[in-house]
Ligand binder design. Sequence first.
Ligand SMILES: [Cu+2]
Length: 538
Amino acid sequence: MVSRRQFISRTALAGSALLMGRASRAEAQEASRIADQVDASRAPAGDEPQARGAKARTSAYVPVTTPNGTTLPYRVVDGVKVFHLVAAAVKYEFTSGPSAECWGYNGASPGPTIEAVEGDRVRFYVTNKLPEPTSLHWHGLLLPNGMDGVGGLTQPYIREGETFRYESTLKNHGTFMYHPHVDEMTQMAMGMMGMFIVHPKRLSRERRVDRDFALILSEFSVPIGTARPDPREMVDFNVLTINGKAFPGTAPLVARTGQRVRIRMGNLSAMHNHPIHLHGYSLRVTATDGGVLPPSAQWRETTVLVPVGATRDAELLADAPGDWAMHCHFTHHVMNQMGHGGHNVLGMERGDFDKRMRKVVPGYMTMGHDGMAAMATMRMKVPDNSIPMYGTEGKYDYIDMGGMFTVLKVRDGLSSYEDPGWYEQPEGSMARVATADELAADGVEPGGSGWRTSGRASRGHAQRAGSARSKSNSSPLSTPSRVSALCPRSEAPSPARRSVSPTRTLPLATCSHALRPGASVCVTRCPSSSRLAYRSTS
Ligand SMILES: [Cu+2]
């Protein structure tokens, strides 16, 4: 039974194969096979694994999804997969609005993701429409030396207007990249790069995933108001991108609850490694561009450092629905165009400074004296062709991040991988403003510091601690969980006995790090959580 969607995608792909001229039965079959794979990846209701019960099988991979990007089409000629990349200038939007003249491949920067299977014979035609020579290097692929694409070393330059031919058999599988190896500094700073995914010939059950994402990280220096990235920049990059987009232009990674997800990350930034942090999950790093790691060598992280000129595959089981932030943990890499000049005015008492300044600088306004969060929503007019510093309106408030930031959206029962919108938090599961009753019940004084020493909560603490002591002499430190909190300053209190009430004596450790001058802090270790608890006693 062929669904309507299957029919359309097969017809389209088979049709495009026919239109390419040298159509054959093999090509049509190949197109149909790709259509099946594409269909499998895009139909959440029908994408159950086909490898169930089989230890290993011939590769029927789930095609890679490149958020904000595309996959490079190919045609099969006499058993060889033939691809064509055209290097040329491209007018490019980093996020909605501002654009720059970048250089890329096939009208995109970064170029389309190349996808093939280990053992494939592949042929690449590379046409140079740039104003200078180029070449194409296949980063991480094991190829004959003459196909390695290093201008001058392994091949002549591809000069303006020329088309070069690269051909090889894919020996290794994994997550790789492609980029020029002539005038590297300029050409990569202008956006010339792409991902190259080689699926294994035989796909073990362990390596099977339901969603497979490819992300390439890059950084640009586009001085505000200018039209092109500045390749000379070494430090101050102001447009940080995932697949060429800065948040809020980055498309989310969408998965259905229960799916296995692989996130392939490559970094071809000029100067920065990027620690990519995913909220809500523990990532398992399963591969680098050197190959798949054996299970014993894989490691778990929540922040995967992706060095320049390297790739990392990280995997997770999408068992927690929600909108999970995923971003570079360099705080300056989750900012859009940010001026780094000027003086630090944080904490400045403005007084009539602005008024006096406006006499010499019309419209002058001191910004950042009380933090920068408010600047996100000021809707200040930004110079021509620049990206506002911060992000976008979120479901609950403003999301004050930009740059290398995206969202993993996990949902139950998805019927499509289109952006499902913002997550609806289940009743009672979201952080919110505390009520006065709750504060009183837990003895929290928002205006003070530490815990209340009188009233219901503190009496309750003393009573509970006392009763715990009476029940068990060996565990007198029972600390009610509601007063359990990490001591903000010390994790290593010196043991001591102190009196905390006129009538009850508890063995407590004293912490020399007072929460406020003159206050002393009792530190205990909660026997159930083994966390340190602190309580102000004055
Ligand atoms: Cu970064």
